[in-house]
Design a protein around this ligand. Structure first.
Ligand code: F6R
Length: 610
């Protein structure tokens, strides 16, 4: 949600900023801007729309500067336009700033600054920060102190970077609730909200923590807390490669990420399955595995697609580990004074590891003494670092806004955790081995499903003009119905709802007619006969039906309009397979409608605001 990139060094910052913004565009894409110093004089250029439009504007100017910051915006306060785009400047344009996050007390701060004579140009909360910092500069403080003092007055979240013509040898950056990383190069330093923006230049990074500020020079940096205490920061080596974050010849990141799933789920399980012992080895949980297995209750908290993965996890944990499990939206958990304590283990699932609600729920759980565990994709992300222990899903960078490969990898990791704790409890070696064996077969089975891409594209052609869809599944496939509906909504803007299939007759059946396609996830499992009855009910009302069914099922074809046949597996792993046709269907429908699947309207990849 919004992206930040900055550079200070001996080279020209302009291409670094533009390329960084392009990498970050998946985080917010309604406007963008850069601010640089040319011969120590600030120059700010902003644009509504895509980074490519900003790039054309800038390239004509043939600019060169050794210091600058850039921002790509996802609007929170004020519509997307040039004025509201970042950087924001102070009155005499000597100071400019970029900001991710939300300043909650901006109205109060704004009134105070207006009384001091400050005028505001934009509708953003962010502009308050630049004037507030200016007010401290005007009182004779240096830039670092002015930023630090300004931030003590701010309520809300921020990742900021500030440049001042009076101190042209540094960028000051700070973080609270919005990620920020410093990249270390050879006589150059980078700042970014996400390592993807700087990965082309360095693999040495330092993650800022909440309440930390940093003064970044070309050849060194100094970090302090907001209370002015010096801090030593650890340098990390990042392993993500440029190829991993490139589109690699695919028309969209979403398609690339769907197609990558045989490898991404393999990476999630690589080295973690102990076949002979019928269990899993998860280094990140080793120290807490016994406490986890003995916990009285498990809660899984997350948002969006990760919340759907959590629902599948609930089924797995209860079926095999026999530990009562609840799933809760992070946004609800954090505000409802939950009854949790040291006997509970709480998993927080987040692809980005930066989702504001999930992070806040994690902090709440930690404060209450629960064992707080992260399941994240982005290595070094805040949720991963704030958790007491956890597991990375290792799906690789997910750039498409609609989550696909992270979901299937989350399910793999949940299955591994199930194995780990269930084997410590009552699961037999034979059952453990069976699950482990089936897990190992999943990547090949995904490859088989991906061969149906063209068939699914044809179905998409048939249904692309429908205005409503119903997704129905039972048991483990109920969360898949929710996820299929979410994928379609997000990128095609078609209204879709997911339901447990049996719930249909308690209301949604009223919607069924010849214009309402229903998608059944109906593999041959213990609920198969029941779901066939639900299919009959839709058919009797002339609804059009697409079924995701088992390849061994040759009776279902007669009942439905289209079938997508997938390989069989054990029930707990079926969602990893059954979701893939739904990802492809949503993708093809959106492409056929001419929509931007990687950057759907109003969405952003990582939701770092409440
Ligand atoms: C859906 C999607 C979102 C995210 C949600 C949580 O395709 O991407 O619903 O799943 O915003 O994000 P993370 O997993 O990063 O916490």
């Amino acid at each position: 949600m919004c992206g930040i990139v900055g550079y200070i060094g001996e080279n020209n910052c302009v291409p670094v900023l533009i390329n960084g913004l392009k990498r970050l565009e998946y985080r917010g894409y309604d406007s963008a801007g850069i601010g640089i110093l040319i011969d120590n004089h600030p120059l700010v250029i902003k644009n509504k729309g895509k980074v490519s439009e900003l790039q054309s504007k800038i390239e004509k100017l043939k600019l060169s500067s050794p210091i600058g910051i850039g921002h790509t915006r996802w609007a929170t306060h004020g519509e997307p336009n040039e004025i509201n785009a970042h950087p924001h400047c102070n009155g005499d344009k000597s100071l400019f700033l970029i900001h991710n996050g939300i300043i909650e007390n901006f109205e109060t701060l704004k009134k105070g600054l207006q009384q001091l004579g400050y005028t505001f140009l934009s509708e953003t909360d962010s502009e308050v920060l630049v004037h507030l910092i200016d007010s401290f500069l005007k009182r004779g403080n240096n830039l670092f102190k002015s930023v630090r003092m300004a931030l003590t007055e701010v309520e809300g979240t921020y990742g900021i970077a500030v440049v001042y013509e009076g101190e042209p040898d540094k960028i000051v950056a700070a973080r609270k609730g919005s990620p920020l990383v410093i990249g270390i190069g050879d006589n150059e330093h980078f700042i970014a909200s996400d390592v993807s923006a700087i990965i082309a230049h360095t693999s040495q990074v330092v993650y800022l923590d909440d309440g930390e500020l940093v003064e970044v020079y070309k050849d060194h940096f100094c970090a302090k807390t907001i209370a002015d205490a010096d801090i030593e920061k650890e340098v990390f080596e990042i392993t993500t490669t440029l190829e991993e974050i490139d589109r690699g010849g695919y028309p969209h990141f979403m398609l690339k990420e769907i197609i990558e799933q045989p490898e991404s789920v393999f990476n999630s399980m690589r080295g973690r399955i102990l076949l002979e012992q019928g269990t899993a080895k998860l280094g990140g949980l080793e120290l807490v595995a016994d406490r986890l297995a003995n916990s009285k209750r498990i809660i899984i908290s997350a948002c969006g697609t990760s919340w759907h993965a959590a629902l599948v996890g609930e089924y797995m944990f209860e079926q095999f580990a026999r530990i009562p499990t609840e799933v809760e939206y992070a946004s609800e958990f954090r505000y409802r004074n939950p009854i949790v304590g040291s006997e509970d283990a709480i998993f927080f699932i987040s692809q980005s590891g930066e989702t504001a609600d999930t992070l806040a729920a994690l902090k709440e759980a930690k404060n209450r003494g629960a064992l707080s565990l992260g399941i994240c994709n982005v290595v070094g992300s805040t949720i991963a670092r704030e958790s007491q222990a956890g597991v990375y899903i290792h799906a690789g960078p997910e750039i498409g806004v609609a989550s696909t490969k992270a979901f299937t990898s989350q399910l793999v990791v949940l299955a591994l955790i199930t194995l780990l704790i269930a084997r410590k409890k009552t699961m037999s070696l034979v059952d453990g081995k069976n699950i482990a064996l089936e897990l190992e077969k999943i990547p090949e089975k995904i490859k088989q499903i991906l061969k149906l891409n063209e068939h699914i594209e044809n179905i998409a052609e048939e249904f692309k003009n429908a205005t409503n869809f119903l997704y129905l599944g039972r048991g483990y496939n109920f969360p898949v119905a929710l996820e299929g509906a979410l994928k379609l909504k997000e990128i095609s803007y078609i209204h879709a709802e997911g339901y447990p299939a049996a719930e249909m007759k308690h209301g949604p059946i009223a919607l069924i007619d010849k214009n309402m396609p229903a998608i059944f996830i109906a593999p041959k499992d213990s609920t198969y006969d029941k779901i066939i009855s639900n299919i009959q009910e839709v058919k009797a009302r002339k609804g059009r039906i697409i079924a995701v069914a088992s390849e061994s099922d040759d009776t279902i074809d007669k009942l439905v309009d289209y079938t997508i046949k997938i390989p069989d597996t054990i029930r707990m792993l079926m969602p990893i397979l059954s979701v893939i046709p739904l990802q492809l269907l949503a993708y093809h429908i959106a492409v056929k409608k001419g929509l931007n699947v990687d950057q759907p309207r109003n969405l952003a990849k990582s939701v770092t605001v409440e």
